[in-house]
Write a protein that binds this ligand. Structure first.
Ligand code: SAH
Ligand code: SF4
Ligand code: F3S
Length: 484
């Protein structure tokens, strides 16, 4: 018995993605859509059924999964943490690098076997759904998938599931457009203490290696009123921390014509809500203003933590990447940040092996790491993304060379991580304890400058900001004991 659906030749009315359309940017006004509702007939669909959502990629995708879970629960589904008893599995995918793709297709392979045994429904959402190559591969080689839903129409999930069930066929609904803002999709937050808050969607930077502007549409800032209300509601619900999310948060507000309100204004207003901790990611070095630095310095609840992706230390490579800053201007910004913000935690993203990166270019990356002494860094080997300008660049550097560079870079990064962690030895720091640690009998949480700490503390401390004395410092985490 095989629980497959109709052959794809019989499937009609698909809305497939198109990267060319996704690249278009106009000055058209962004629609803000409100009044999301799940109709009564859809509320019964998931009755007595279990769902599992698997999330890949960045925090914005994690945040989207909170919408997916809430919509599924609104349809009557209940959550399970194992694939073994799931009736519906939704993969919320990431397209940033080839290995993200491979993980998803690996999981689809596993689901294919399961579906040979029982009628499990399989859906693909997220950034991969926006790629033509992916949808074509699903249609030709993954005939067990029931629906594909793009990032611009996440709110259509309940209808798309219903359509797929009614038609007993693959339902593909992907809009390749600049995007709207959908305000009130319900949210099932993962944590009771820390919340992600979108402040903008999309990206207009078009760095030459990056797929995000194609999968997420143009930069659209949410209105400040909607953001402040969301944070104020979180404060009244007892949340301690918010992370303001966007691909390029420093450019907040720039896309709204005549909007005399920027990221510094927003940070300052969010600080006034009284939320204990505010983080924000990701900062593009191009848009970081002096006003933002002052707001971080002057507000205790805006945490001294800046994630400032550098990508490369070589001006030649930065130019080829289309990053719009130079090594010199980046370093100037870092020095300004360090001078003005005490105990700053500075983290970054670095790509090695961009097409034609020479040993000299790579050494420039090592030397910028030596200058910036990052607290932590996410490092990646360049991955070719179909449809981006860098994919057309000739590349003469073998993969083995790139792997070697990554290893050298990681060793240097780890050295600075350990050094910066060691500065906290015997110090008493504030830790927002939010869960059980992977270490038996311990809890874990983050300091205000974003260091992971494992603490010996009773379970009643979960959800509290506690004084902790640091007793041991390692590369990736700290150990501590309560000091109160
Ligand atoms: N908006 C953020 C980054 C979002 S993507 C910024 O501009 O900095 C997260 C990270 O993935 C990037 O900073 C980059 O380091 C990495 N990345 C993006 N595209 C990549 C690619 N094609 N290959 C390898 N790494 C990539
Ligand atoms: Fe990608 Fe660049 Fe936009 Fe970041 S700023 S999401 S790296 S295009
Ligand atoms: Fe991945 Fe899309 Fe985020 S490509 S990194 S999930 S915006």
């Amino acid at each position: 018995m095989c629980y497959y659906r109709l052959e794809f030749s019989e499937v009609k009315n698909m809305e497939k993605p198109n990267l060319k359309d996704a690249r278009i940017r106009t000055h058209n006004k962004v629609n803000i859509i409100r009044n999301f509702k799940i109709s009564d007939e859809l509320k019964e669909i998931g009755k007595n059924k279990k769902y599992l959502v698997k999330t890949y990629g960045c925090q914005m995708n994690e945040r989207d999964s909170e919408n997916i879970c809430a919509m599924l629960e609104g349809m009557g589904y209940t959550r399970t943490n194992t694939i073994d008893n799931a009736d519906l599995v939704v993969l919320n995918t990431c397209a940033i690098r080839e290995n993200a793709h491979n993980k998803v297709f690996g999981m689809l392979g596993r689901l294919k076997h399961l579906k040979e045994e029982r009628p499990i429904m399989v859906g693909v959402c997220g950034c991969m759904a926006q790629e033509e190559v992916v949808v074509n591969e699903i249609m030709t080689k993954n005939k067990h998938v029931d629906f594909v839903l793009g990032t611009h129409n996440l709110h259509r999930l309940p209808e798309v599931i219903k359509n797929s069930i009614d038609k007993n066929a693959l339902e593909v609904e992907v809009w390749s457009k600049e995007g709207d803002i959908i305000e009130d999709i319900p949210i099932k937050r993962e944590s009771k203490y820390k919340a992600w808050v979108n402040i903008m969607y999309g990206c207009d930077k078009f760095c030459t290696y990056c797929i995000v502007p194609y999968t997420r549409g143009k930069q659209r800032s949410r209105l400040k009123e909607d953001i402040i209300k969301e944070v104020s509601d979180l404060v009244s619900e007892g949340y301690q921390e918010v992370t303001l999310l966007g691909q390029n948060v420093n450019a907040y507000g720039k896309d709204i014509e005549g909007y005399n309100y920027n990221m510094a204004n927003l940070l300052s207003d969010v600080a006034k809500t009284g939320i204990k901790r505010i983080k924000f990611v990701t900062s593009h070095p191009w848009d970081f203003t002096d006003d933002m630095i002052s707001v971080i310095r002057d507000n205790e609840n805006v945490l001294p933590y800046v994630h400032l992706p550098v990508q490369s230390g070589s001006n030649k490579i930065l130019k080829l990447m289309g990053r719009k800053y130079t090594r010199e201007s980046y370093l100037e910004l870092v020095h300004k940040l360090r001078e003005n913000i005490p105990n700053l935690c500075l983290t970054t993203d670095i790509i090695v092996g961009f097409p034609n990166e020479t040993d000299e270019d790579f050494n420039d990356t090592l030397s910028i790491v030596n200058e910036c002494k990052y607290d932590q860094a996410y490092t990646f080997i360049y991955s070719k993304r179909v449809g981006t300008p860098a994919a057309a660049m000739q590349d003469s550097i073998p993969l083995s060379k790139k792997e070697e560079r990554l290893q050298v870079l990681n060793e240097l990064i780890n050295k600075y991580s350990l050094e910066s962690n060691k500065k906290l030895l015997n110090k008493v720091v504030d830790v927002l304890i939010d869960c059980k640690s992977e270490k038996e009998g311990m809890l874990s949480g983050y300091t205000s400058n974003n260091k992971l700490v494992n603490v010996c503390a009773p379970i009643s401390y979960i959800g509290k900001i506690a004084k902790v004395k640091i007793t041991e410092c390692k590369t990736w985490s700290l150990d501590g004991v309560l000091d109160e």
